[in-house]
Every structure is written in C-alpha cells, then in structure tokens.
Design a protein around this ligand. Structure first.
Ligand code: ADP
Ligand code: TYD
Length: 215
C-alpha cells in the first residue's frame, strides 16, 4: 500500500475500473474467491455504496430525480469515498488484509472530470484530500467499447442510473480518460480488454496479483 501518511508496508489495496458492464464485479468476485481459498483475508468494497452511509449517498447520486450540479456530484462521490476509506478500507489494510474494491478515485477523474467536464486534476485532488492520499497498489482497468458495455447492461438491467443514462459521447470521453490515466501510471495499472473471456481475464489478474504478493 502506498500512502502519504504511512511508511510501513501492510495489506494490499486493489481497485477495479472500467465502464458500466465491463466485468468489474465478475472479476472482483473471482479474485476474491481465489485469494480467500489461498488463505488470505479479503475485504470487498465498492464506490459508491461500500458503507451504510455510502448506500444512502449512492441512492442520491445515482437515482435522485432532478439535477445534481457537476461539482455537487463530484463532492457526493468524494464524501462516499472519504467514509469508505476511513471506516472500512484503511482499517482493513492496516490489519494486513487485502481490499478488493469496485471503482475508486480514477472513476471520479474519468466520469466527473472527462465526462462532466470538470478539471481532472482538481477532481483528483478532492479525492486525495478525502482519503488522506491513499492510492491503490494495483488498478485493473477493464477496457471496453461503450457499445458493447451497453449491450451487456441491456441484457441485465431494467432501469439505468443517472450516469448509465448519459449519451455515447460521455462514455467515449470516460473511456479515453481511463486509458490516459493508465498510460500515465503504467506501474499501477493493468489494462485488459474486457471482451476477452472471463477466464482469461481472471488468469491475467491472478498473475499480476501473485507478483504483488511476492514483493
Ligand atoms: P460491472 O461490474 O463492470 O458493471 P459485471 O461484472 O456486472 O460488470 O458484468 C456485466 C455483465 O457482463 C454480466 O452479465 C456479466 O456476466 C457479463 N460479463 C462479465 N465479464 C464478461 C466477459 N469477459 N465477457 C462477456 N460477458 C461478461
Ligand atoms: P457502479 O455501481 O460501479 O456501476 P456499474 O456496475 O454499472 O459499473 O457505479 C455506479 C455509477 O457511478 C457508474 O456509472 C459510474 C459512476 N461513478 C462516478 O461517476 N464517479 C465515481 O467517483 C464513482 C465511484 C462512480
């Protein structure tokens, strides 16, 4: 774990990123089972909504009827993140556990930054303030053409949340922002095509996580 406030190496913090329907929760579940079977203590979380407070914020930010101003939306995600990290993720990492989380601050940079067109650097700084600088050890980016993600969601969903309901352009900007983030920090990111088979993605993820565990 890399943190501005902490020099002692402890547990691991692994995040999954990608568009809606890219396979994040499928891979989080497979990785979590594999690590649990190998004897590690795994904590699963997600943003928004990894905690009780987060579930309330999730309902607002995803399902509120009527507008939410872009900066208010960014702050709602940051509030969810602050509480999730302070009360659930950081304590688990400090106990030496492995946290596997669907979405983290890269989601805010991609969706609120590139998607809503706020300044990506400012959005990132709000998240870093919210989390006292906690960065993941590994971020798995499941890269997916937005049309394919939409087809997958169409099969699974009856209603779309506020972000999913955004148009093609929005999701194309989100995807480009994710790829730019990964390119800027290749040591932190593992980028995999989300159209590969579930098993082959899981195998690539395991191999990268194994190398982290050997460190
Ligand atoms: P996310 O958590 O990113 O929204 P999910 O893991 O819920 O995505 O997957 C969305 C849908 O796509 C599910 O129906 C899931 O079974 C399917 N799916 C996941 N990974 C793949 C894959 N690699 N190839 C094809 N379908 C997939
Ligand atoms: P999620 O529940 O992960 O949806 P999915 O399983 O479909 O990927 O996330 C809900 C939505 O919230 C998703 O469309 C992305 C958005 N989001 C942001 O816009 N900013 C953020 O910081 C986070 C964490 C999520």
């Amino acid at each position: 774990m890399v943190s501005e406030n902490q020099s002692v190496p402890t547990g691991l913090f692994i995040t999954l990123e990608g568009g809606d329907g890219s396979g994040k929760s499928t891979q989080a579940e497979l990785l979590s089972s594999w690590l649990t079977d190998a004897g590690y203590v795994v904590v699963r979380s997600r943003e928004p909504g990894g905690t009780d407070l987060g579930l309330e914020l999730r309902e607002i930010v995803l399902h509120r009827r009527g507008d939410i101003a872009p900066r208010a939306e960014a702050l709602l995600y940051a509030a969810d993140r602050a509480h999730n990290i302070a009360t659930k993720v950081r304590p688990a990492i400090e106990r030496g556990e492995i946290v596997i989380q669907d979405r983290y601050l890269d989601s805010s940079v991609a969706y609120q930054g590139a998607g809503r067109v706020l300044d990506g650097q400012e959005v990132r700084e709000i998240s870093l303030w919210a989390t006292e600088g906690l960065m993941p050890d590994l971020t798995i980016l499941l890269d997916l053409d937005e049309g394919v993600g939409r087809e997958r969601l169409d099969e699974a969903r009856t209603r779309y949340d506020r972000l999913e309901a955004e148009k093609h352009d929005f999701h194309a900007r989100v995807r480009a922002a994710y790829l730019a983030l990964a390119e800027a920090s290749p040591e932190r990111f593992l980028v995999l095509p989300a159209t590969d088979s579930i098993d082959s993605i899981a195998a690539s993820v395991r191999s990268r996580v194994e190398s982290l565990l050997r460190r």
